[in-house]
Design a binder for this molecule. Structure first.
Ligand code: PLP
Length: 422
């Protein structure tokens, strides 16, 4: 490989030897400079939901580039960008009525934090600046989204001071234990009673991804919504990884009865992973308060029409292909195959599957693995031609599979074969 002067994210220089120089990518496969093929069961970084080399997406980007490759959102607009905004609003339904575009998931969270604070400021509730998040959530890498991130806080010390005003809640990871769910509900109730006066918003991944595919129980979410309404707390959902049919429905929150978030943050699969794009959908409750004055959020490429065109095409393909059903069916197949794996390997202590968001939890002598241990497992599998995502949080550790939705059944079998031979 040529000399590489790049500092890679979350990678110390001593670990740079693990980098793969990818020369070609097609469907669910990537190929390195030696021609070695890997199954990309991480789907890029969970974003390549339609796989690589989707001709329709690439052509739509090219055609948009030839028409209008950029607009300055500060003082212009464009039909493609507006079309995407309307499409997202009608897909989300509920109370959403406005859209803002970003370039990443981190930026969407950054924007959500600002919107929460501005909403209360404009309403004259200036004390409501605090924001609650879960203690093992991942929300991104910018200052606001990194502060909101509960995972790996050890990495943040050299970067401080971080943003002020964040409170970290325990994840209601109950493994169907009614008793502990009740404890979490009581804790939540008490937390809102004590902090409601200063709490502006709560940012939630409906299924915590990097913490190990941990869903928020429905009852907990419903209670949270009631408490948010009672204390005028903004409920912001981070669906950066769960959105766009990843767990079955278009947005994960649509699988919870009666859940009506105030803000919805998206990115990753929105453009099929082909171009940087994120968005925040705003409910009417927020937009009517904040839209009267200029709002300080701009990044040059926000709302880029080529990125938006990619998203429009991705939505076309997903709707036309009935991907809600496709993801559910493939999820069932994965579950049946992984059950066999679970029976064969006692170190697998849980398998959590939500659509095509899959965690294989691994323990050694009933101890949760350290990150270095799951990292080593990931490297062994990579050597065998399978790319998976190592996760480790205080709740769980193991390997994650987030394949492109176009994966075929025999390719699922191939993944299982590689895992069985571990
Ligand atoms: N939120 C969630 C739930 C994520 O999984 C991620 C990325 O993994 C982010 C936010 C940050 O998104 P990005 O990496 O596009 O900035």
């Amino acid at each position: 490989m040529i000399d590489n002067p790049i500092i890679h994210p979350f990678l110390a220089s001593k670990d740079e030897h693990i980098l793969t120089n990818i020369l070609k990518a097609e469907r669910i496969y990537v190929y390195d400079s030696d021609g070695k093929q890997y199954i990309d069961a991480m789907g890029g970084l969970w974003n390549m939901i339609l796989g690589y080399q989707n001709e329709e997406v690439i052509t739509s980007i090219y055609e948009q580039m030839r028409m209008v490759p950029f607009i300055n959102m500060w003082c212009s607009t464009n039909e493609t960008t507006i079309r995407l905004a309307n499409r997202l609003l009608s897909a989300a339904g509920g109370n959403f009525n406005k859209v803002m575009f970003t370039c990443s998931g981190s930026e969407s969270i950054e924007l959500a934090i600002k919107l929460i604070r501005k909403y209360h400021y404009d309403k004259g509730n200036r004390q409501k600046k605090y924001i609650a998040v879960f203690d093992s959530s991942y929300h991104g890498g910018y200052y606001g989204s990194l502060t909101a991130t509960g995972l790996e806080r050890g990495h943040f010390e050299p970067l401080g001071p971080m943003l002020q005003g964040f409170i970290y809640l325990p994840v209601p990871f109950t493994r169907k234990d009614r008793h502990s769910l009740l404890e979490h509900l009581l804790f939540l109730e008490h937390f809102f009673e004590e902090n409601g006066h200063r709490l502006g918003g709560i940012i939630v991944e409906p299924v915590l991804g990097s913490a190990g595919v941990i869903p928020i129980p429905e009852q907990y979410f419903q209670r949270m919504q009631v408490l948010c309404l009672k204390h005028d707390v903004i409920l912001a959902l981070d669906e950066v990884s769960t959105g766009l049919y990843r767990t079955g429905p278009l947005f994960n929150y649509q699988s919870y009865r009666g859940l009506e978030p105030d803000l919805l943050c998206l990115s990753k699969g929105l453009s099929g992973g082909y171009l940087p794009l994120g968005t925040v959908l705003l409910s009417k409750k927020i937009s009517v308060v904040i839209e009267h004055e200029a709002f300080a959020h701009l990044s040059t490429q926000n709302g880029n029409p080529a990125c938006c065109m990619a998203a429009l095409k991705v939505l076309d393909i997903l709707e036309r292909g009935n991907y809600e059903t496709v993801v559910k069916e493939k999820s069932i197949y994965f579950r049946s195959k992984l059950k066999i794996l679970e029976q064969q390997f006692p170190i697998i202590t849980d398998i959590r599957i939500h659509g095509l968001m899959i965690a294989i939890e691994i323990k050694k002598q009933s101890e949760t693995l350290r990150f270095e241990e799951v990292w080593e497992m990931m490297l062994v599998l990579k050597h065998k031609g399978l790319l998976v995502y190592p996760f480790s949080s205080k709740y769980s550790a193991g390997l994650m599979i987030m394949p492109p939705y176009i994966i075929e059944y025999q390719e699922v079998d191939h993944i299982i074969d590689i895992l069985v031979q571990f």
